[in-house]
Unconditional design. Structure first.
Length: 86
């Protein structure tokens, strides 16, 4: 089983994308609201980037959500890799 889909970067990126789409924002609009570059947003959403805490704070501000709500309500938490492999 490919574990990439269970990496924190992948799950975080999917949560960011889901919330962005709920708000009907383009990547460009989220980039403008959060003060980040659109290419950086794309990399996060694709699980290719591991954003710093400062950039996570900028993202959630742009997405009008708290960090805790993003983690709890958008499926970032997952079973441990040992539970997935069994």
């Amino acid at each position: 089983m490919a574990l990439k889909h269970f990496s924190i970067e992948y799950r975080f990126g999917k949560a960011i994308r889901r919330r962005r789409r709920e708000l009907d924002l383009s990547q460009e609009e989220l980039a403008e609201k959060s003060g980040l570059h659109r290419n950086y947003i794309s990399g996060i959403e694709n699980g290719e980037r591991n954003p710093s805490l400062k950039n996570i704070a900028k993202l959630v501000a742009g997405l009008e959500i708290s960090v805790s709500d993003l983690f709890v309500n958008y499926g970032i938490e997952v079973k441990s890799e040992s539970e997935i492999s069994s």
